[in-house]
Design a protein around this ligand. Sequence first.
Ligand SMILES: Cc1ncc(COP(=O)(O)O)c(C=O)c1O
Length: 344
Amino acid sequence: MRITKATANLEAYTPGEQPKSKSVIKLNTNENPYPPSPKCAKVLKDFDLDKLRRYPDPVFMALREAIASINGAKVENVFVGNGSDEILTLAARAFVENDEMIASLDPSYSLYKTLAAIRDVKWVGSSVESAKIDIPDNASLFLWTNPNAPTGGFTSPKKISAFAKKFKGVVIVDEAYGDFAKENCMKLAIAPKNNNIIVMRTFSKSYSLAGLRVGYCVGPKDLIEALYKIKDSYNVDAIAQAVALAAIKDRAYHAKTVKKVVQTREAFVTELKKLGWDVLPSEANFVFARPKGMAAADLFDALRKRNIFVRYFPGPLTGDRLRITIGTLDEMYKLLLTLKKLKA
Ligand SMILES: Cc1ncc(COP(=O)(O)O)c(C=O)c1O
């Protein structure tokens, strides 16, 4: 049996822990603490099992139409993936030659680096989030997380647009957390004059559907067509298409859920600052913050022992902070009480 060198040497991506116990306060993978829209429950309850005998719509037309309409885009400019992670995998295949590179901010979503390794191409990171970015000439795909993870920092559409004008390859603005921010880059993706900007979104965060695996992107027709050419025939299953459609149509529920998360984030940041923590400005559903009275790694362990899961990323750029997902008000209150007890 032969395994390619790139696969054999691969340092695989490690997703955040998914503890079995329900009593855990789980603030480690940026999931939404509120349930999906009740309209999703109804779709599942009424789902005609007979539909599963047949293959699903390979081009997810009903869902695409809804996505296009909500974003002011044309159907031909919309692609849907099995989570936005699948779109990233396809983009690494469609937009990068073997001798080119994938670039992103650094720190950022660590899967990007793994995708480059799987593709057996180099990855390069820019440590400056919003200022000048120095990228080698043979970088052909820039993955710009906005708001960024794990920092929560936001870059203005104007700045991203100026960057894309100079960049020779494709820029994917990964707006996994975009719904929690004040602004987004969708207008860049649908502007006919832009030919290299794709905006990517997911149902995993603001729609509370991480388990469903649906993400989408909007961009220039030729780039979107390239993704359709290389995708698996039936990459989004029939149930996922139906549930995602119900979720995206329920605008009022989505707005209400996003508002609750954002309000809780603001209240939590205020309290953390009162404890003397250094909190980076966040436009996402998490905060990246440095404890006052304890090393981040030690606090991570201490919280874990008390059944509170947050995320710790070791390393020089991230190792002095914890990334804490915004949960319910009650969960954040319990976390704050624990932090006070630990004198963190
Ligand atoms: C920046 C970023 N992009 C993409 C994803 C993947 O999202 P999905 O669940 O749609 O695959 C995540 C998940 O945490 C993320 O943090």
